[in-house]
Design a protein around this ligand. Structure first.
Ligand SMILES: NC(=O)c1ccc[n+]([C@@H]2O[C@H](COP(=O)([O-])OP(=O)(O)OC[C@H]3O[C@@H](n4cnc5c(N)ncnc54)[C@H](OP(=O)(O)O)[C@@H]3O)[C@@H](O)[C@H]2O)c1
Length: 272
């Protein structure tokens, strides 16, 4: 496993996304992923599966200090007292004493950012999280957050795949020593039928999804693909035995546009 290093954090380059995985399926996939070598699991309060993620973690028997667990605080818990209380509740559901990474899930203009970041930094100081970061923050918000946060932020978790150009966010994160963590990294499965990616893959004996994930990891971006199929767990992590040459990297970069976002989440900020 490779790691993406950022402001003191070592984030395993491939993690398992768990959005929409529920109940026994979720616990089983987390357990299986860890048995197959995954060392990074991504959950969130709003996914309503923190309990099952914790169950999968324990069932795998992988040592706690070998797994990087991320959870995200939902936007209705951004007032300082709420943030601490809801983080405690997450830890109780996960049955962990701390998470490795605690993120603000989306920006919430209703609560002053500096207050929320103060509370997030406090959660780290009192040992609820080893590292803190943000998600779905625009470049302007990342700059504002870094200036206001008393503790280093280690990442911005954003939508990123070959159809979406994220050059500006990548540059902003690099400027601040932060990592980009790519969500929807296989474009919600759409890459499966992509002829460009499949064509590149044929030459390497890899699938379109593997090419896509390799392209992200080669940019020093961490990626958290989700699958509900055990066989795809192996496929999505089997990307460390080949490399894309620069011309193929550039060919994939050319597929991205500013308008390539797949989902309009409604409460999203105005992306620049
Ligand atoms: N911070 C945020 O606001 C935010 C937003 C969205 C997502 N996320 C996180 O990022 C994770 C991943 O994003 P996502 O779930 O939106 O999308 P994704 O991982 O890009 O795509 C998941 C979809 O792709 C399919 N898939 C997975 N691996 C595949 C492969 N090798 N070949 C073909 N199809 C494949 C899966 O189908 P099967 O199940 O049939 O394999 C599933 O339908 C989430 O689970 C969540 O943890 C965070």
């Amino acid at each position: 496993m490779q790691f993406v290093e950022a402001n003191g954090a070592k984030i395993p380059a491939i993690g398992l996304g768990t959005w929409e995985l529920r109940g026994r399926t979720c616990a089983r996939l987390v357990e299986q992923a860890l048995k197959l070598g995954y060392r990074h699991i991504d959950t969130a309060q709003v996914y309503e599966n923190e309990r099952e993620v914790g169950e999968g973690l324990r069932a795998s028997r992988v040592r706690r200090d070998e797994v990087f667990v991320t959870t995200k605080i939902w936007t209705t818990h951004f007032a300082p007292n709420d943030l601490e209380r809801s983080t405690k509740e997450s830890l109780t559901r996960l049955r962990l004493t701390e998470v490795d990474l605690l993120l603000l899930h989306w920006p919430n203009p209703q609560v002053p950012l500096a207050e929320t970041l103060g509370a997030l930094a406090h959660a780290k100081k009192i040992g609820m999280a080893r590292h803190i970061g943000v998600s779905n923050f625009t470049v302007a918000l990342v700059d504002e957050a870094v200036a206001a946060c008393p503790e280093p932020l280690v990442c911005d978790q954003v939508e990123y795949h070959p159809y979406l150009d994220q050059t500006r966010v990548r540059e902003a994160c690099a400027r601040h020593g932060m990592a980009v963590v790519a969500y929807s990294p296989v474009a919600k499965g759409r890459i499966k039928n992509d002829e460009t990616l499949a064509g590149i893959g044929r030459a390497h004996g890899k699938t379109a999804a593997q090419v896509c994930l390799r392209w992200l990891v080669q940019q020093n971006v961490a990626a958290i693909p989700r699958t509900s199929r055990i066989e795809r767990l192996s496929e999505n992590i089997d990307i460390f035995d080949f490399a894309l040459p620069e011309d193929e990297m550039q060919q994939i970069f050319r597929m991205g546009t500013a308008k390539g976002r797949l989902t309009d989440y409604g409460f999203a900020p105005k992306w620049d």
